[in-house]
Design a protein around this ligand. Structure first.
Ligand code: PLP
Length: 356
């Protein structure tokens, strides 16, 4: 039976990525060897890394603008501390927007390096919206925000313009919508949503901001060292990088971010229309901040949960239960989720209404 995978990450990837990855595990580039057994220093893998780095920059529209892309290990969570280590001065200060659990995890790590100013927080309302109307202290070493709050289903639609580096955790909406990516100085994203399997993190850095905070940085945490080594300072996560390259190529063939954004808008519009129309459901996030990647919603009457869950199972829908901090349901509609899967979910929601 066909499955409709709404998992928040790791999650659905394009079918051709699964097929080509499987082929590469058996016989990479007709070499008679598996991608899992070739050297990361081999010509073939260096070409993979180079192409993946260049394609990430190209898709983000950052070619020729002084940016470098890295594929690191350690997850987006390691960037929570690498960013402050590389940017915050001794006795310095960083400004953070607290828009969700992951933003708050980033804040926790930044506190190891200096003063961390929370410019605004939506914690008191269980992060159901993006805080707005805040001011960022002009003497901060950088400003950090989270473009999409995976757990709560909110997404930043606007970003401040500031005279300091802007660091953005784009783990759950990178490559999903057109933005002026040159507004950001560091963008990081764990691969396991819109890019590939878990195991690598894309970090895109405006090179000129590095080397200015006066700290001695341990090698593995030093962005400049990773850039100098062309993202091969140590053995990179070979297979996740390869599968990420396949996804980036798929996106480019589709027409890039602008093309996928149109489809993502259609998917989100279809689902939110049903959440708003169907009297059995309500959205968890405020309407203006709703995420096009993760839609969070609840049953008005939890007594319908058993029937709804059984209907979801029957329709082949998996990965829909919400995160425990919100409850209800979360439909993660990453780039690779087809519109057809959203239609199946919407049909099940409408069918539930008919059973009442
Ligand atoms: N940031 C965001 C927005 C996330 O959604 C996640 C994980 O879901 C993380 C950070 C943490 O990523 P990782 O597990 O790769 O450390």
């Amino acid at each position: 039976m066909k499955k409709h995978n709404y998992s928040a990450g790791p999650c659905i990837l394009p079918q051709e990525v699964f097929e080509k990855s499987a082929q590469a595990i058996l016989n990479f580039n007709d070499s008679g060897l598996s991608i899992l057994e070739i050297s990361h220093r081999s010509k073939d893998f260096v070409a993979v890394m180079d192409e993946a780095r260049a394609l990430a920059i190209e898709l983000l529209g950052l070619e020729g603008k002084g940016y470098q892309a890295l594929f690191l290990a350690g997850g987006a969570s390691l960037e929570f501390l690498m960013a402050p280590y590389n940017l915050m001065k001794e006795n310095g200060k960083a400004a953070y927007l607290d828009s969700g659990t992951w933003a708050s995890a980033a804040i926790k790590e930044a506190k190891f390096f200096g003063e961390t100013v929370i410019v605004a927080s939506s914690k008191d309302e269980n992060y159901n919206h993006i805080p707005k109307g805040y001011t960022v202290p002009v003497d901060a070493d950088y400003f950090h925000c989270t473009s999409n709050n995976t757990i709560f289903g909110t997404q930043m639609k606007e970003f401040p313009s500031l005279d300091m580096p802007i660091v953005c955790d784009m783990s759950s909406d990178i490559f999903s919508r057109v933005l002026d990516f040159s507004k950001f100085d560091i963008i990081y994203a764990g691969a396991q949503k819109n890019m590939g399997p878990a195991g690598t993190t894309l970090v895109v850095i405006k090179e000129e901001i590095l080397g200015k905070n006066g700290r001695i940085i341990p090698s593995m945490l030093d962005y400049a060292k990773h850039i100098k080594a062309e993202s091969m300072y140590n053995t990179p996560p070979v297979f996740p990088v390869y599968a990420s390259l396949l996804t980036l190529k798929w996106l480019k063939n589709l027409g890039g971010i602008a093309a996928i954004e149109k489809i993502n808008n259609e998917k989100a519009a279809l689902l939110y229309a049903e959440i708003d129309r169907n009297p059995l459901f309500k959205g968890a996030a405020v309407v203006e901040d709703r995420s096009n990647m993760n839609a969070t919603f609840l049953l008005n009457d939890p007594l319908h949960a058993d029937t709804f869950n059984a209907m979801l199972k029957e329709a082949g829908i998996v990965g829909l239960p919400g995160h425990r901090s919100v409850g209800g349901y979360r439909a993660s509609m990453y780039n690779a989720l087809p519109l057809e899967s959203v239609q199946v979910l919407v049909d099940v929601m409408a069918a539930l209404e008919k059973t009442i």
